[in-house]
Design a protein around this ligand. Structure first.
Ligand SMILES: Cc1cc2nc3c(=O)[nH]c(=O)nc-3n(C[C@H](O)[C@H](O)[C@H](O)COP(=O)(O)O)c2cc1C
Length: 164
């Protein structure tokens, strides 16, 4: 059994709705345990027990919310232990050009510093799903796709015997 953790912060529900669609995409595979949790309830052992960690945030001043940054800052105690796990990111914002992609990239930077493996997407949202306000059908499709792609990557890496 492989473990996919989707963790997010959300104040008005947009990022939380994205997390739900990503979980739905990941759950299309039977041998995956998919857990969706607000970052406020995340412990370092949740991070350590996951094969893949997908992190989402609203865009606050062009970057991740402080709650998400705090989770990363607390994860210093695990430094090195997440090496080789799979990571991905998603974000919502208030407007076009409001910084949702810079938020995704800031999250990906933290995951890369942990040594995690990131897969981009040649179609759709290249860095990770982004939404302006409430997710519309385009965003839902990108989130479902991310859930499926991360799950497929977990399977491939596990089969190769490479996983952390
Ligand atoms: C403190 C704060 C800062 C924000 N900064 C930005 C911003 O820089 N760019 C933007 O497009 N939206 C910004 N927003 C809007 C949120 O990113 C947007 O409403 C988002 O969809 C909220 O996600 P949530 O429903 O998951 O809480 C900000 C909102 C707050 C409360």
């Amino acid at each position: 059994m492989s473990h996919i953790l989707i963790t997010y912060y959300s104040n008005s529900g947009n990022t939380e709705a994205m997390a739900g669609s990503i979980a739905e995409g990941a759950q299309s595979y039977s041998d995956m345990q998919v857990v969706t949790k607000n970052v406020k309830h995340i412990s370092n052992s949740d991070l350590q027990n996951a094969d893949a960690i997908i992190v989402g945030s609203p865009t606050y001043y062009g970057t991740m919310a402080a709650e998400v940054k705090t989770m990363f800052d607390n994860s210093i105690e695990l430094h090195g232990a997440l090496d080789g796990k799979i990571g991905a990111a998603f974000a919502s914002s208030g407007g076009v050009g409001g910084g949702n992609e810079t938020t995704v990239l800031d999250i990906l930077k933290a995951l890369l510093i942990h040594g995690m493996i990131i897969q981009g997407s040649p179609e759709g949202d290249h860095y990770g799903p982004v939404s302006i306000g409430k997710p519309d059908e385009r965003v839902v499709q990108n989130c479902l796709q991310l859930g499926r792609r991360v799950t497929e990557l977990v399977k491939k890496i596990k089969q190769s015997g490479m996983s952390a």
